[in-house]
Design a protein around this ligand. Sequence first.
Ligand SMILES: NC(=O)c1ccc[n+]([C@@H]2O[C@H](COP(=O)([O-])OP(=O)(O)OC[C@H]3O[C@@H](n4cnc5c(N)ncnc54)[C@H](OP(=O)(O)O)[C@@H]3O)[C@@H](O)[C@H]2O)c1
Length: 245
Amino acid sequence: MTGSQKRDVVVGAGSGIGCALIHRWIDSAARPVVAIARSPSSLEHFEPFDLVETRVCDYSDEALASLAEGLRDDNVAIERLVICNGVLQGEGYRPERAVNQLDAHAMHRVFEVNTFLPMRVLAALTPLLKRSEAPRIAVLSARVGSIGDNRRGGWYTYRGSKAALNMMLKCAALELRRLNPSAKVLAYHPGTVDTPLSEPFQGSVDPSTLLSPERAAEALDKVLAETEPDGELSYLDWRGDVIPW
Ligand SMILES: NC(=O)c1ccc[n+]([C@@H]2O[C@H](COP(=O)([O-])OP(=O)(O)OC[C@H]3O[C@@H](n4cnc5c(N)ncnc54)[C@H](OP(=O)(O)O)[C@@H]3O)[C@@H](O)[C@H]2O)c1
Protein backbone atom coordinates (compact mmCIF):
# COMPACT_ATOMS: atom_id res chain seq x y z
CA MET A 1 0.00 0.00 0.00
CA THR A 2 1.80 3.14 -1.16
CA GLY A 3 1.95 6.14 1.18
CA SER A 4 0.33 4.14 3.95
CA GLN A 5 0.54 5.03 7.63
CA LYS A 6 1.71 1.97 9.54
CA ARG A 7 -0.06 1.54 12.85
CA ASP A 8 -0.44 -0.94 15.67
CA VAL A 9 -4.01 -1.13 16.89
CA VAL A 10 -5.26 -2.17 20.33
CA VAL A 11 -8.99 -2.64 20.84
CA GLY A 12 -10.03 -2.78 24.48
CA ALA A 13 -7.19 -0.43 25.37
CA GLY A 14 -8.63 -0.01 28.86
CA SER A 15 -7.87 -3.62 29.75
CA GLY A 16 -4.97 -4.42 32.06
CA ILE A 17 -3.21 -6.39 29.35
CA GLY A 18 -3.97 -3.95 26.50
CA CYS A 19 -2.83 -0.97 28.54
CA ALA A 20 0.49 -2.64 29.44
CA LEU A 21 0.99 -3.59 25.78
CA ILE A 22 0.45 -0.02 24.61
CA HIS A 23 2.98 1.27 27.16
CA ARG A 24 5.45 -1.36 25.97
CA TRP A 25 4.92 -0.29 22.38
CA ILE A 26 5.30 3.39 23.33
CA ASP A 27 8.68 2.52 24.87
CA SER A 28 9.80 0.60 21.79
CA ALA A 29 8.65 3.52 19.60
CA ALA A 30 8.30 1.22 16.61
CA ARG A 31 5.32 3.13 15.19
CA PRO A 32 2.21 4.98 16.37
CA VAL A 33 -0.43 3.00 18.23
CA VAL A 34 -4.18 3.45 17.81
CA ALA A 35 -5.80 2.82 21.22
CA ILE A 36 -9.53 2.13 21.21
CA ALA A 37 -11.75 1.92 24.30
CA ARG A 38 -15.32 2.55 25.36
CA SER A 39 -14.71 5.40 27.72
CA PRO A 40 -12.53 8.51 27.52
CA SER A 41 -11.33 7.85 31.08
CA SER A 42 -9.68 4.60 29.94
CA LEU A 43 -7.69 6.58 27.40
CA GLU A 44 -6.81 9.71 29.39
CA HIS A 45 -3.47 8.43 30.61
CA PHE A 46 -2.27 7.98 27.00
CA GLU A 47 -2.76 11.67 26.26
CA PRO A 48 0.82 12.71 27.14
CA PHE A 49 2.18 10.29 24.54
CA ASP A 50 2.43 11.62 20.99
CA LEU A 51 2.78 8.08 19.68
CA VAL A 52 -0.73 7.12 20.83
CA GLU A 53 -3.82 8.06 18.85
CA THR A 54 -6.87 7.49 21.04
CA ARG A 55 -10.36 6.69 19.72
CA VAL A 56 -13.43 6.33 21.90
CA CYS A 57 -15.79 3.70 20.50
CA ASP A 58 -19.02 2.37 21.99
CA TYR A 59 -18.70 -0.70 19.77
CA SER A 60 -22.07 -0.16 18.11
CA ASP A 61 -22.20 -1.14 14.43
CA GLU A 62 -22.20 2.55 13.51
CA ALA A 63 -19.21 3.32 15.74
CA LEU A 64 -17.22 0.39 14.38
CA ALA A 65 -18.02 1.41 10.79
CA SER A 66 -16.99 4.97 11.53
CA LEU A 67 -13.77 3.78 13.21
CA ALA A 68 -12.88 1.66 10.16
CA GLU A 69 -13.74 4.51 7.81
CA GLY A 70 -11.51 6.92 9.79
CA LEU A 71 -8.58 4.51 9.63
CA ARG A 72 -9.15 4.02 5.92
CA ASP A 73 -9.31 7.79 5.32
CA ASP A 74 -6.01 8.13 7.20
CA ASN A 75 -4.58 5.47 4.86
CA VAL A 76 -3.69 3.26 7.82
CA ALA A 77 -1.98 -0.08 7.26
CA ILE A 78 -2.25 -2.35 10.28
CA GLU A 79 0.97 -3.99 11.43
CA ARG A 80 -0.33 -5.52 14.66
CA LEU A 81 -3.91 -5.77 15.87
CA VAL A 82 -4.72 -6.96 19.38
CA ILE A 83 -8.32 -7.31 20.57
CA CYS A 84 -8.51 -7.49 24.35
CA ASN A 85 -12.20 -7.23 25.20
CA GLY A 86 -13.51 -9.90 27.53
CA VAL A 87 -15.61 -10.41 30.65
CA LEU A 88 -15.72 -13.22 33.18
CA GLN A 89 -18.26 -11.80 35.60
CA GLY A 90 -20.41 -8.71 35.89
CA GLU A 91 -23.31 -7.14 37.69
CA GLY A 92 -25.51 -9.98 38.89
CA TYR A 93 -23.54 -12.83 37.35
CA ARG A 94 -20.48 -14.92 38.12
CA PRO A 95 -18.87 -17.91 36.40
CA GLU A 96 -21.12 -20.92 36.98
CA ARG A 97 -20.11 -23.92 39.10
CA ALA A 98 -23.12 -26.01 38.09
CA VAL A 99 -25.49 -26.21 35.16
CA ASN A 100 -28.43 -25.00 37.25
CA GLN A 101 -26.69 -21.64 37.63
CA LEU A 102 -26.97 -20.86 33.91
CA ASP A 103 -28.79 -17.61 33.29
CA ALA A 104 -29.92 -16.52 29.84
CA HIS A 105 -29.26 -12.83 30.41
CA ALA A 106 -25.74 -13.49 31.72
CA MET A 107 -24.98 -15.84 28.83
CA HIS A 108 -26.01 -13.18 26.33
CA ARG A 109 -23.87 -10.54 28.03
CA VAL A 110 -20.76 -12.71 28.12
CA PHE A 111 -21.09 -13.98 24.54
CA GLU A 112 -21.77 -10.42 23.38
CA VAL A 113 -18.42 -9.19 24.72
CA ASN A 114 -16.24 -12.30 24.44
CA THR A 115 -17.39 -13.75 21.12
CA PHE A 116 -19.50 -11.37 19.07
CA LEU A 117 -17.59 -8.15 19.75
CA PRO A 118 -14.14 -9.40 18.65
CA MET A 119 -15.74 -10.82 15.49
CA ARG A 120 -17.60 -7.58 14.79
CA VAL A 121 -14.33 -5.68 15.18
CA LEU A 122 -12.62 -8.07 12.77
CA ALA A 123 -15.51 -7.70 10.32
CA ALA A 124 -15.18 -3.92 10.39
CA LEU A 125 -11.39 -4.02 9.99
CA THR A 126 -11.11 -6.81 7.40
CA PRO A 127 -10.94 -4.41 4.41
CA LEU A 128 -7.96 -2.75 6.12
CA LEU A 129 -6.38 -6.09 7.01
CA LYS A 130 -6.77 -7.14 3.40
CA ARG A 131 -4.67 -4.27 2.11
CA SER A 132 -2.14 -4.19 4.99
CA GLU A 133 1.24 -5.72 4.27
CA ALA A 134 1.58 -8.57 6.78
CA PRO A 135 -0.75 -7.90 9.71
CA ARG A 136 -0.32 -9.93 12.90
CA ILE A 137 -3.64 -10.30 14.70
CA ALA A 138 -4.04 -11.59 18.27
CA VAL A 139 -7.49 -11.97 19.76
CA LEU A 140 -7.42 -12.64 23.47
CA SER A 141 -9.06 -16.00 24.00
CA ALA A 142 -8.29 -18.19 27.04
CA ARG A 143 -6.97 -21.66 27.72
CA VAL A 144 -10.27 -22.50 29.44
CA GLY A 145 -11.89 -22.22 25.98
CA SER A 146 -10.11 -25.44 25.03
CA ILE A 147 -12.49 -28.41 24.84
CA GLY A 148 -9.60 -30.89 24.88
CA ASP A 149 -8.04 -29.28 27.94
CA ASN A 150 -11.27 -29.05 29.97
CA ARG A 151 -10.83 -31.46 32.85
CA ARG A 152 -12.58 -29.58 35.66
CA GLY A 153 -15.82 -28.33 34.08
CA GLY A 154 -17.60 -25.25 35.43
CA TRP A 155 -17.37 -21.73 34.03
CA TYR A 156 -19.84 -22.86 31.35
CA THR A 157 -20.45 -19.52 29.73
CA TYR A 158 -16.92 -18.12 29.81
CA ARG A 159 -15.51 -21.39 28.47
CA GLY A 160 -18.25 -21.62 25.85
CA SER A 161 -17.81 -18.01 24.72
CA LYS A 162 -14.08 -18.50 24.19
CA ALA A 163 -14.55 -21.88 22.43
CA ALA A 164 -17.08 -20.22 20.12
CA LEU A 165 -14.67 -17.32 19.61
CA ASN A 166 -11.97 -19.80 18.59
CA MET A 167 -14.24 -21.41 15.98
CA MET A 168 -15.20 -18.05 14.51
CA LEU A 169 -11.54 -16.99 14.46
CA LYS A 170 -10.75 -20.17 12.55
CA CYS A 171 -13.28 -19.12 9.89
CA ALA A 172 -11.76 -15.63 9.82
CA ALA A 173 -8.23 -17.02 9.44
CA LEU A 174 -9.33 -19.20 6.51
CA GLU A 175 -11.09 -16.26 4.86
CA LEU A 176 -8.13 -13.97 5.43
CA ARG A 177 -5.83 -16.58 3.86
CA ARG A 178 -7.57 -15.80 0.56
CA LEU A 179 -7.73 -12.04 1.08
CA ASN A 180 -4.21 -11.55 2.41
CA PRO A 181 -1.94 -14.62 2.59
CA SER A 182 0.62 -12.64 4.60
CA ALA A 183 -1.79 -12.12 7.51
CA LYS A 184 -1.64 -14.27 10.64
CA VAL A 185 -4.37 -14.76 13.24
CA LEU A 186 -3.86 -15.99 16.80
CA ALA A 187 -6.37 -17.09 19.43
CA TYR A 188 -4.18 -16.19 22.35
CA HIS A 189 -4.07 -17.21 26.00
CA PRO A 190 -2.18 -14.53 27.94
CA GLY A 191 -1.57 -16.63 31.06
CA THR A 192 -3.21 -15.85 34.38
CA VAL A 193 -2.64 -12.14 34.60
CA ASP A 194 -3.11 -9.78 37.52
CA THR A 195 -5.96 -7.63 36.16
CA PRO A 196 -9.48 -6.68 37.29
CA LEU A 197 -10.82 -9.66 35.31
CA SER A 198 -8.85 -12.28 37.26
CA GLU A 199 -8.68 -10.42 40.58
CA PRO A 200 -11.74 -12.06 42.23
CA PHE A 201 -10.39 -15.53 41.41
CA GLN A 202 -6.74 -15.12 42.33
CA GLY A 203 -7.25 -16.84 45.71
CA SER A 204 -6.95 -20.21 44.00
CA VAL A 205 -3.95 -19.19 41.87
CA ASP A 206 -0.39 -20.10 42.83
CA PRO A 207 1.17 -16.60 43.21
CA SER A 208 4.31 -17.75 41.40
CA THR A 209 2.23 -18.36 38.25
CA LEU A 210 0.41 -15.02 38.28
CA LEU A 211 1.83 -12.73 35.59
CA SER A 212 1.99 -8.97 35.92
CA PRO A 213 0.33 -7.11 33.03
CA GLU A 214 3.82 -5.93 31.98
CA ARG A 215 5.15 -9.51 31.85
CA ALA A 216 2.02 -10.59 29.94
CA ALA A 217 2.56 -7.75 27.45
CA GLU A 218 6.20 -8.76 26.98
CA ALA A 219 5.15 -12.36 26.28
CA LEU A 220 2.42 -11.34 23.83
CA ASP A 221 4.83 -9.04 22.03
CA LYS A 222 7.32 -11.91 21.66
CA VAL A 223 4.73 -14.43 20.44
CA LEU A 224 3.42 -11.91 17.89
CA ALA A 225 6.94 -11.20 16.65
CA GLU A 226 7.79 -14.88 16.24
CA THR A 227 4.59 -16.01 14.55
CA GLU A 228 4.67 -16.77 10.81
CA PRO A 229 1.81 -16.46 8.31
CA ASP A 230 0.58 -19.95 7.38
CA GLY A 231 -3.07 -19.32 6.52
CA GLU A 232 -4.12 -21.01 9.75
CA LEU A 233 -5.47 -19.95 13.11
CA SER A 234 -2.99 -20.76 15.87
CA TYR A 235 -4.18 -21.26 19.44
CA LEU A 236 -1.15 -20.33 21.51
CA ASP A 237 -0.35 -19.51 25.08
CA TRP A 238 1.99 -16.87 26.44
CA ARG A 239 4.96 -19.20 26.15
CA GLY A 240 4.20 -19.70 22.46
CA ASP A 241 3.04 -23.28 23.15
CA VAL A 242 0.15 -24.75 21.19
CA ILE A 243 -3.10 -25.32 23.14
CA PRO A 244 -5.27 -28.28 22.08
CA TRP A 245 -8.60 -27.28 20.57
N1 LIG B 1 -6.44 -11.78 33.16
C1 LIG B 1 -6.37 -13.09 32.90
O1 LIG B 1 -5.89 -13.88 33.73
C2 LIG B 1 -6.85 -13.63 31.58
C3 LIG B 1 -6.68 -15.01 31.34
C4 LIG B 1 -7.13 -15.53 30.13
C5 LIG B 1 -7.68 -14.70 29.18
N2 LIG B 1 -7.83 -13.37 29.46
C6 LIG B 1 -8.46 -12.54 28.43
O2 LIG B 1 -7.67 -11.39 28.18
C7 LIG B 1 -8.51 -10.30 27.77
C8 LIG B 1 -8.13 -9.04 28.53
O3 LIG B 1 -8.43 -9.27 29.89
P1 LIG B 1 -7.81 -8.45 31.10
O4 LIG B 1 -7.39 -9.48 32.06
O5 LIG B 1 -6.82 -7.44 30.63
O6 LIG B 1 -9.15 -7.80 31.67
P2 LIG B 1 -9.61 -6.35 32.13
O7 LIG B 1 -8.46 -5.53 32.58
O8 LIG B 1 -10.72 -6.61 33.09
O9 LIG B 1 -10.18 -5.73 30.77
C9 LIG B 1 -11.44 -6.07 30.26
C10 LIG B 1 -11.58 -5.61 28.82
O10 LIG B 1 -12.88 -5.99 28.39
C11 LIG B 1 -13.54 -4.87 27.86
N3 LIG B 1 -14.94 -4.89 28.26
C12 LIG B 1 -15.47 -5.14 29.50
N4 LIG B 1 -16.81 -5.04 29.46
C13 LIG B 1 -17.12 -4.72 28.18
C14 LIG B 1 -18.36 -4.47 27.52
N5 LIG B 1 -19.53 -4.54 28.16
N6 LIG B 1 -18.32 -4.16 26.22
C15 LIG B 1 -17.15 -4.09 25.55
N7 LIG B 1 -15.95 -4.31 26.12
C16 LIG B 1 -15.95 -4.62 27.42
C17 LIG B 1 -12.85 -3.64 28.38
O11 LIG B 1 -13.00 -2.71 27.33
P3 LIG B 1 -12.55 -1.17 27.26
O12 LIG B 1 -11.07 -1.17 27.12
O13 LIG B 1 -13.23 -0.65 26.04
O14 LIG B 1 -13.02 -0.56 28.53
C18 LIG B 1 -11.44 -4.14 28.58
O15 LIG B 1 -10.74 -3.98 27.37
C19 LIG B 1 -9.95 -10.79 27.95
O16 LIG B 1 -10.48 -11.19 26.71
C20 LIG B 1 -9.81 -11.99 28.86
O17 LIG B 1 -10.86 -12.94 28.66
C21 LIG B 1 -7.43 -12.82 30.62
